[in-house]
Design a protein around this ligand. Structure first.
Ligand SMILES: O=C(O)CCC(=O)C(=O)O
Length: 475
């Protein structure tokens, strides 16, 4: 904010505002008549004024430069100049403070203290869950000793791993919200969905009777690994027309890697089910009906599931997805910008989680993408097409065989292992990294889950390892 050639009352306002915003580094208060505007680091403020300048007098007006989003500048440099807006500088101090709070996304009262929103925000952000990084890092737990992620059965997880907390349905909504949601801490809710009709109704036969011959969109990979990274040298076509913004291209840390997207196929549901259960073994691929909207593709099934009561009236539901496979899939390490309830119906899932404090240790950033193709006649996968896009949510680190020379910071990352069985739900806050190993139900020969993706309570910019959590509405 800057004010022009001052008259006494504006000088007073000016001095008051300096005091009020003394602790907010994002708010710079300066006077136009005192030489050039400078940021607190001494750099000259470069700006331009809104061309639609109104007729406020220069001696009584103030100029506000609204806050620009700074988080994303670690990838996208903001190269346009801030635009100043004129306001009446003789307003009551309350009104000026409200205006500056809104324009600059700060939370002060006229006495210089944080206002009530600012206090709540500070308290919540200071109390976010954070593991103690001195204990149980990845190197302590995996590299130097046993490696449970390699085990092929769900029950062999060694006890020395950090595990997710477990609660049950006796927990109240208020306890859940205060102890987990507002702290951004994952937790397993044992037996959370055991009362769902889906638990008893959703057999393979029931699916066939309800879904019929409807064609569904599925994903295929060679050996059950979904969306890992590999060398771009494995791919045939080059990236001649890769038209991503220069700012992103310059900051691609790993342009020798690609995120491998699975091949896609459309099949009548019963055909897909035969691949899941092994009734059709003429192809060696792994077929996955993953993050598919139940409402859009199988609306007749929606009534068999229910939102978790803890958050039903608190969070806004964005997506309800089904996940159905043969139970031998591995979803590689990534995060999603949603608060997630992953609800297990058959088979088990073992998730390795890392919290967002590990973003730099997991090398968050843009990674170019490529997509497998499957030739149904030759029964072969092809690595042909590099895509002209980047993934922003995948880690380049393969946590099962990490290249520590290339990714040395990974040794300090702290994994949590969480296992869910039929009837359980895992609350995974937005931006927690997760790698998901599925295991089949022996009888039904499948793994079945649904998940609810909610508008996140805490959000952040990505990919940007240094971006901090904030609240969407309050910023
Ligand atoms: O179950 C899986 O394979 C992946 C689940 C997942 O990534 C999610 O729920 O966000």
């Amino acid at each position: 904010m800057a004010n022009h050639q001052p008259i006494p009352s504006v000088v007073q306002r000016f001095n008051q505002l300096i005091q009020i915003y003394a602790q907010d580094k994002v708010v710079l208060i300066a006077r136009f008549d005192q030489a050039i505007l400078k940021w607190s680091n001494g750099d000259t403020v470069k700006y331009r004024m809104n061309e639609k300048v109104n007729n406020l007098s220069n001696t009584t007006s103030i100029t506000i430069f609204p806050k620009r989003k700074i988080d994303r500048t670690c990838l996208m440099s903001v190269n346009h100049l801030p635009i100043g807006e004129y306001y009446n500088g003789q307003e009551e101090i309350h009104s000026l403070v409200d205006l500056i709070n809104t324009k600059c996304q700060v939370f002060r009262s006229p006495n210089g203290n944080l206002n009530s929103i600012g206090m709540k925000r500070k308290w919540l952000l200071e109390n976010l869950y954070s593991p103690n990084h001195h204990n149980a890092t990845f190197s302590d737990q995996i590299i130097q000793s046993h490696h449970p992620l390699h085990s092929q059965t769900a029950n062999k997880t060694k006890t020395s791993y950090r595990k997710c907390k477990v609660i049950d349905n006796t927990t109240t909504a208020s306890e859940f919200i205060h102890s987990f949601l507002l702290k951004s801490q994952p937790v397993i809710i044992k037996g959370a969905i055991k009362h769902w009709p889906a638990i008893t109704k959703w057999s393979n036969d029931y699916f066939k009777s309800k879904i019929g011959n409807k064609r569904i969109h599925i994903k295929l990979t060679e050996k059950g690994e979904f969306e890992g990274c590999e060398s771009v040298a494995n791919w045939k076509s080059k990236r001649a027309n890769f038209k991503i913004p220069e700012a992103v291209r310059q900051q691609l840390q790993f342009d020798d890697l690609v995120v491998v997207r699975p091949a896609t196929a459309e099949l009548p549901f019963p055909e897909f089910l035969k691949f899941v259960t092994g009734e059709n073994s003429t192809h060696q691929f792994s077929a996955y009906l993953e993050y598919t909207s139940i409402k859009d593709y199988m609306p007749q099934l929606v009534q068999d599931v229910q939102e978790i009561s803890f958050v039903k009236d608190f969070l806004q539901l964005k997506h309800l997805n089904i996940w159905l496979s043969d139970g031998h899939t591995l979803g590689k390490l990534h995060f999603d910008p949603y608060d997630n309830f992953l609800c297990q119906l058959s088979g088990k899932k073992r998730l390795t989680l890392f919290d967002p404090h590990d973003n730099t240790r997991l090398y968050e950033g843009h990674i170019p993408e490529a997509m497998l193709e499957y030739d149904w006649d030759k029964k072969k996968f092809y690595r042909q097409n590099l895509l002209e896009s980047t993934s922003m949510v995948m880690s380049p680190v393969d946590i099962l065989k990490p290249n520590l020379q290339r990714f040395p910071k990974f040794t300090k990352a702290v994994p949590y292992v969480c296992e869910i069985s039929p009837g359980d739900a895992l609350f995974m806050p937005a931006f927690w990294w997760h790698e998901v190993q599925s295991f089949p139900d022996k009888k039904e020969k499948r793994n079945l889950a649904v998940n609810f993706w909610y508008e996140p309570f805490f959000t952040r910019e990505f990919p940007c390892p240094t971006s901090k959590a904030y609240f969407k509405d309050l910023i």
